[in-house]
Design a protein around this ligand. Structure first.
Ligand SMILES: [Zn+2]
Length: 447
């Protein structure tokens, strides 16, 4: 990630200046290395530790943190506290790794349809306003113990997510580690703004492509401008079919998707696909998507293919239970059907061993609501609390190619650590009330 942003900014300078800058940076870095103090040492006393990976809970642990990394985790009895270490006493708490939400939108704010909804956000808000609000979303995530987000597109705010990510990395604003996708990709007729006079050239919430050549070009542009993942909308509108089934409109063809996946994989990046059901879901799998987002109606063939291909499943359950249209409207019936098919899809995927990862679609839900509400829904639909926690820690880390670095409290991982009062394995809702947040060795919240 760092390499990417460094090479991008260096690329803006003429070669001679780049060399000069790098050379003087090297000089100043070596001077700093001689004078800088050793990294600070912090020790956390953990009453109970859920490390994010192991199914076993450990009592009375001592976690030694040097700088931004965890150095050791050991039983308190016999543990040596390094000289001069700052000690944080969480001996009455349950300590966990920082949580990971793998499906968010920091540039959406749960827009109220009565106030113009999605369209007003794009048409009326200056970009600076949207960016300012995105910084608040990022801070709220961190406050709630989510130390990493995979943010799945800016909804018309271009490459704003890359800017927010850089501002967090450079310490200008507080926020989680960010994996960003920039603009996302769909086809003509496959994304809002919609319903305006055809003579008007309206902005769209995603980058619109038609044909494999345009699809590949869009992926190249987005990757060139800092996308960590590519996001593709494989279905768009949905409605209740003649036989009461959920129908969703497919968007990209397999050929179009394949061009994107082929390009992204060549860059060592992955592709997240929004897909509800039917034709679009099967094209998503045939085209090689790495993660299926939402997956409202997973038929048996889709589940078998996900298992075979190792596809990740980010169900985002809660958002489909919020803000249903009135029951006597077409939209209202569709909203109820979506939720009705989602639960059995989730249960089937869970039972078959599909790799399920925690994601919320925050932004679709206002950021003022608890992000961790998704845990309750997962547990209600049959997931064990420890499994739900791992879906937001070590399993998400594997999907993000960050195994051992995030989503685990273990030597060599970044010091992203949270704590709650009580036992979240008995009451998963406790994760909605995180008391302590450390990211990268820095305490962000302690209460
Ligand atoms: Zn989303």
């Amino acid at each position: 990630m760092k390499e990417n942003s460094l090479s991008r900014s260096a690329g803006l300078l003429p070669p001679c200046l780049t060399f000069g800058l790098v050379f003087s940076l090297m000089l100043s870095l070596s001077a700093m290395a001689q004078t800088a103090a050793a990294p600070a040492v912090t020790v956390i006393r953990a009453g109970t530790l859920i490390d994010g990976k192991s199914n076993t809970v450990r009592r009375d642990q001592v976690i030694v943190i040097r700088g931004n990394q965890i150095e050791s985790v050991s039983d308190a009895a016999g543990a040596k506290i390094p000289d001069g270490a700052q000690v944080i006493d969480l001996s009455k708490s349950t300590v966990l790794p920082g949580l990971i939400d793998s499906h968010t939108h920091i540039f959406l704010q749960g827009e109220d349809p009565a106030k113009g909804g999605y369209d007003a956000n794009i048409l009326n808000q200056p970009l600076a306003m949207r960016a300012a609000r995105a910084t608040v979303s990022a801070r709220r995530a961190l406050e709630q113990g989510f130390t990493t987000l995979r943010d799945l597109e800016t909804e018309g705010a271009g490459y704003g997510d890359v800017g927010i990510k850089e501002a967090i990395e450079q310490g200008y604003i507080p926020g989680p580690r960010m994996f960003v996708v920039t603009r996302a990709i769909s086809t003509t007729g496959g994304y809002p703004l919609e319903g305006y006079a055809p003579e008007l050239d309206m902005p769209k919430g995603a980058q619109i492509v038609d044909g494999p050549v345009e699809a590949r070009k869009a992926a190249r542009e987005q990757l060139d401008h800092g996308a960590d993942w590519i996001k593709v909308y494989m279905t768009h509108r949905s409605w209740v079919g003649k036989n009461g089934e959920l129908v969703s409109q497919p968007t990209l063809t397999v050929e179009e998707l394949h061009a994107i996946v082929d390009e992204a994989h060549g860059w060592g990046k992955k592709v997240a696909c929004h897909a509800y059901s039917g034709i679009g879901l099967h094209r998503a799998l045939d085209g090689g998507c790495d993660s299926i987002e939402h997956g409202l109606d997973l038929d048996d063939a889709a589940i078998a293919q996900m298992l075979k291909q190792g596809t990740w499943y980010v169900p985002t359950l809660s958002v489909y239970y919020a803000a249903w249209a009135p029951a006597d409207t077409e939209d209202g019936q569709r909203d109820r059907l979506r939720a009705a098919v989602h639960e059995p899809s989730f249960r089937k995927a869970l039972k078959s061993g599909v790799k399920i990862v925690f994601g919320t679609d925050m932004g679709g839900i206002p950021w003022t609501e608890p992000i961790a509400q998704e845990f309750s829904r997962m547990v209600e639909f049959g997931m064990q609390p420890m499994d739900a926690i791992q879906s937001a820690t070590s399993r998400a880390a594997v999907m993000l190619d960050m195994e051992g670095k995030i989503g685990v409290v273990a030597p060599g991982a970044y010091a992203d650590i949270i704590a709650v009062n009580g036992d979240p394995l008995r009451d998963i809702k406790l994760l909605e009330r995180v008391q302590f947040v450390m990211k990268d060795g820095q305490v962000f919240r302690a209460k």
